[in-house]
Structures are given as structure tokens and as C-alpha cells.
Design a protein around this ligand. Structure first.
Ligand SMILES: Cc1ncc(C[n+]2csc(CCOP(=O)(O)OP(=O)(O)O)c2C)c(N)n1
Ligand SMILES: [Mg+2]
Length: 432
């Protein structure tokens, strides 16, 4: 057995600590990113062996070219009405984000998260999936709810935690839930939605149903164990599930390198699990639609799960609690080589002669009005800071069918303390 002394001529062991290419003030150059031409990627048959998709895990599926036309085998050939509906849902998502962000700055809510620049990664899949396919989103897929027609006022009630909030203020603002829209309750605990989606998909198959599941996760969250156990279960049982990884380059202030992006792509995780994988231009709504359709058809035909990496960019801060100017170059957004998803779809429709600048401006004005009206409607039910909207005494309800003894004790103690310390609020809550 050799000893440390005998190996004294070796360099000491060292670790690699990833460092992002650009920091605040740096000039940004994305020429290291390989962006292939639109239309150049092969489209294997949906019934192919998973390994046939391996080359697509390091490629980039693109449909919309620099001339704004749709090209290649992944072109989903959508009619103009569908393209306009998708554009509208994406623009509404952005208008909603703008207004809610301002609402947070005005103190109407404590917290908000935008998805600016990533609208295609939720809206296009919502169009490609069936309305009753079950989605297990992260906190950045408000576009799905909007595309599925969930009332904006309900979303705002939840964001304001007001008395009409269906979740009764028990969830962080933006962590929606809607059984009617097949939208699973959002959890702040990253990555938990992945194994839940697989469990739901397995249950759907066990019941002999035809509905599939789709889940979304940020690239940073793929470092969680839940991501890997979900993929193992799905691969073993060939579960009818679509795994979306939204690679927006950042996880708050950590860049994608801390989740392994320097070594390989996120789509390439599929190769190790033996499932199908696709890496897609996430700012190209048509490519996202086509990839989702491919994966959905495959899952529905009992051909198993697909992992789709959406290569995109988080154009704004992580949340209203974040200041990205502290850790990344402001030029990144401007230099991002895949452009803006709304602009790209708009230019495509204009190039087809199915849309115009004037129509687009008019739509933006109309959507801003619609969001404003919904906001006013929701404000009638209260905003943050106007007192507790749901009685304090109900805080422990709705989790267990019957309150366990230890929670009953805690509840009684909390109510007793409230009565002593804040008698006015207690009287208002009806605690006497
Ligand atoms: C289990 C867990 N760890 C850490 C956090 C704190 N946290 C919230 S969001 C976030 C970054 C996630 O980044 P990513 O997965 O890339 O998603 P993105 O925000 O970019 O959409 C972190 C670390 C958390 N909510 N849950
Ligand atoms: Mg991210």
C-alpha cells in the first residue's frame, strides 16, 4: 500500500468551483453557445427507441428561423388562429406579470415572481397538452393557468391573500392551485412536484385512464434528489409523464454551472435513465409546442416518459425579493442569442401576413385594460395589510380531516395568547 509520503511529487487534490462567465459590468459575449440553424434537427418518430433521441439531447430543436418563417421537420404547422391564441396568452401572461410586479411595489402583496422571457415554456405546452392532462408546475408557470382560462381575478385574490382567496392565505402569493384546471398545488419546496407528477402518472396508468402528467422544474432544482428519484421511477415503470426542465440559466444568484451545466446539457440527464430526451429552443413557441406534442403522443401511446430541456433566459429578477444587478451583467438580457419569445411569434405571424404591428399594439392595450379590470375587481376583496382576511382561529384547519390533539393544543394556546396580547384583533376575528 503506498503512503502519502511516496506520492509527495503529485499536485495536491483540488476542487473545481464553477464561476459564471459574466459578472456585473462585464461585456457579454455569447459566441461560445452553439445555436444551430432552425429546421436542421431531425425529428424521430414518436415510437422510436429512447436512444434515438440521444443526439437531440445536445442539439437544439428550433423551428422559427432568423427570417421569422417556420421550417424543418419539427414545424407543428399550426393554423393562424391557434398561433394568434398562443401569442395572446403569452402577451396576457406578460401584462399580468407587469401589473402584479407593480402591485408588489405598491404594497398590495408581499411577493411576486415574473416569468418574463420564459412565457413560451408554459403557454406552448398548455396548448399542446389536453386540457385535462395534469400539470405539476413550479412557481414560474403562471402561463399555464392563463392559457387554460383560469380567471385572472382568482389569481389576484390569491396574490393579495384577501378574503376571496380560495386558498385562504395559507399559501405564499403565486402558489396557486386549481383542481378544475388540472393544475396541481404549487409547492415552495423545490422539486417535490417531480415525484408527485410521476406518482400521479402511474396512478393514471394503473386506473387505465388516458390522461398524462407533465411537470416543470428549474435547472437549478435538478440538483435536488427528488429530480433523480422521479426519473428513476418513471423510467422503471414507463410512466406517462413529461419532464420539463426550464433552463433559464440562473437559480436566484447561482448560475446553471452549479447544477452541472458545465459538464453536459440538462436534456442529457435522460440518456443516463434510458428515457427519451429533447433539448429545445425555449424562446421558440413553435419548437416548444412541437416537442411537447411529440412527448405527449409518446406518453399517451404507452411509450414512456420524455425529458425536455427548454433552453431560455430569465430576463428579470428571480422574484420581487431579488436584485440581479448584484450578481450578473445587465448585458446578458440584451445579448441573449435566442431573442424574446413573444417578439419571435409576433414576427412569424406578421411574416405570414396574419398579424400586424397595429393589431399587436391594440392587443397589448386591450390586455393591459383586462388585467387592470381584474385587479380592481380583486381589490374589492381586500389587499395585503388590510388586516387578517381569514379568521386567525381557522389557521389550523383544512390540513387534517380531524385536528390531532397536539395541534388542537397549539391552536388553543395561540388563540389564548392572541386574546391577551391583541384583544382588538381577537374581537374582530370573533375570538372572545
Ligand atoms: C428545497 C429548497 N431549497 C431551496 C429553496 C430556495 N430557493 C427558492 S427558488 C430557488 C432557485 C431555484 O432555481 P431554478 O430551479 O433554476 O428555478 P428558477 O427560479 O430559475 O425558475 C431556491 C434556491 C427552496 N425553496 N426549496
Ligand atoms: Mg433557473
Amino acid at each position: 500500500m503506498s503512503t502519502g509520503a511516496e506520492r509527495g511529487n503529485l499536485e495536491p487534490l483540488a476542487l473545481h468551483v464553477p464561476e459564471p462567465r459574466f459578472r456585473p459590468g462585464d461585456a457579454v459575449d455569447y459566441s461560445h453557445l452553439a445555436i444551430p440553424a432552425a429546421g436542421a434537427q431531425p425529428r424521430p418518430d414518436e415510437r422510436c427507441q429512447p436512444a434515438e433521441t440521444n443526439p437531440l439531447c445536445t442539439d437544439l430543436v428550433r423551428v422559427l428561423g432568423d427570417d421569422h418563417l417556420a421550417v424543418g421537420p419539427w414545424n407543428p404547422r399550426l393554423d393562424a388562429d391557434t398561433l394568434r391564441a398562443m401569442l395572446r396568452a403569452m402577451a396576457l401572461t406578460r401584462a399580468f406579470d407587469e401589473r402584479m410586479y407593480r402591485g408588489q411595489r405598491q404594497g398590495k402583496t408581499s411577493f411576486y415572481m415574473k416569468c418574463t422571457g420564459e412565457e413560451a415554456t408554459s403557454v406552448a405546452p398548455a396548448f399542446a397538452l389536453a386540457a385535462d392532462d395534469m400539470v405539476f408546475p413550479s412557481y414560474r408557470q403562471q402561463g399555464i393557468l392563463i392559457a387554460r382560462g383560469y380567471p385572472l381575478t382568482e389569481m389576484i385574490n390569491q396574490i393579495y391573500s384577501n378574503r376571496a382567496d380560495k386558498l385562504k392565505g395559507r399559501q405564499l402569493p403565486i402558489m396557486y392551485s386549481s383542481r378544475e384546471h388540472s393544475f396541481f398545488t404549487i409547492s415552495g419546496n423545490l422539486a417535490t412536484q417531480y415525484p408527485q407528477a410521476v406518482g400521479w402518472a402511474m396512478a393514471s396508468a394503473i386506473k387505465g385512464d388516458t390522461r398524462i402528467a407533465a411537470s416543470w422544474i428549474g435547472e437549478g432544482s435538478t440538483a435536488e434528489g427528488d429530480f433523480h428519484s422521479a426519473l428513476t421511477f418513471a423510467a422503471v415503470y414507463n410512466a406517462p409523464v413529461i419532464f420539463n426542465v426550464v433552463n433559464n440559466q440562473w437559480a436566484i444568484s447561482s448560475f446553471s454551472g452549479f447544477a452541472g451545466a458545465e459538464r453536459t446539457t440538462f436534456a442529457a440527464r435522460a440518456i443516463g435513465y434510458g428515457i427519451a430526451g429533447l433539448r429545445v429552443d425555449g424562446n421558440d413557441a413553435l419548437a416548444v409546442y412541437a416537442a411537447t406534442r411529440w412527448a405527449a403522443d409518446r406518453a399517451r401511446a404507452n411509450l414512456g416518459p420524455t425529458l425536455i430541456e427548454h433552453f431560455t433566459y430569465r430576463a428579470e429578477g428571480h422574484s420581487t425579493s431579488d436584485d440581479p444587478s448584484q450578481y450578473r451583467s445587465a448585458q446578458e438580457r440584451e445579448e441573449w442569442p435566442l431573442g424574446d419569445p413573444i417578439m419571435r411569434l409576433k414576427r412569424h405571424l406578421v411574416a405570414l401576413g396574419e398579424w400586424s404591428e397595429g393589431q399587436h399594439e391594440q392587443m397589448d392595450r386591450e390586455l393591459a385594460e383586462r388585467v387592470k379590470d381584474a385587479t380592481k375587481e380583486a381589490e374589492k376583496n381586500g389587499i395585503l395589510g388590510q388586516g387578517l382576511h381569514h379568521p386567525f382561529s381557522t389557521m389550523f384547519e383544512d390540513v387534517f380531516e380531524e385536528l390531532p390533539w397536539h395541534l388542537r393544543e397549539q391552536s388553543e394556546q395561540a388563540i389564548r395568547e392572541r386574546r391577551i396580547k391583541w384583544p382588538e384583533q381577537a374581537a374582530r376575528d370573533g375570538i372572545v
